[in-house]
Design a protein around this ligand. Structure first.
Ligand SMILES: CC(C)(COP(=O)(O)OP(=O)(O)OC[C@H]1O[C@@H](n2cnc3c(N)ncnc32)[C@H](O)[C@@H]1OP(=O)(O)O)[C@@H](O)C(=O)NCCC(=O)NCCS
Length: 111
């Protein structure tokens, strides 16, 4: 993980950077089964199953991504463009893909 992202996560979560996290990315629902709440249920079950680990979720800003689901489930945005804003950004844009956004949720902290 790039140092500046690790520093942000450490700062937000107040945890030792060498401690484990649960990382999720590249989720998908078959096109003919989308918009029925399946991804919301899947990500929600990950959150409930990991009460002791920070969950880091990577998705895209645009399109049918997990952005809305992460927000709905109470994830905090770590970096990237803010949906519904006028080009506002949390912290910085991803250097490899500016459409990429990162979220974190940690049940044990105030995040
Ligand atoms: C993202 C994805 C996994 C969501 O799966 P799903 O089972 O349809 O998810 P849900 O039914 O739980 O929720 C869909 C949400 O996406 C929103 N959505 C659907 N199409 C959208 C679009 N074109 N743009 C923005 N949001 C969209 C819906 O409004 C819904 O949000 P809501 O619950 O706040 O109304 C699915 O669209 C998918 O497989 N996309 C292609 C792969 C991908 O881009 N994955 C994310 C990158 S990791």
């Amino acid at each position: 993980m790039p140092a500046k992202i690790e520093a942000l996560l450490t700062n937000m979560l107040k945890v030792d950077p060498s401690s484990p996290i649960f990382y999720t990315s590249e989720s998908g629902t078959r096109p003919d089964w989308r918009n029925r709440g399946l991804a919301s249920i899947a990500i929600g079950s990950i959150v409930r199953a990991q009460p002791n680990l920070p969950i880091v979720l990577r998705t895209n800003f645009n399109g049918p991504s997990l952005y809305g689901i992460a927000t709905k489930l109470g994830f905090a945005q770590v970096y990237g463009k803010i949906r519904g804003s006028n080009e506002q950004v949390v912290n910085f844009l991803d250097e490899i893909n500016p459409e990429r956004v990162l979220f974190v949720k940690y049940l044990k902290s105030l995040v």
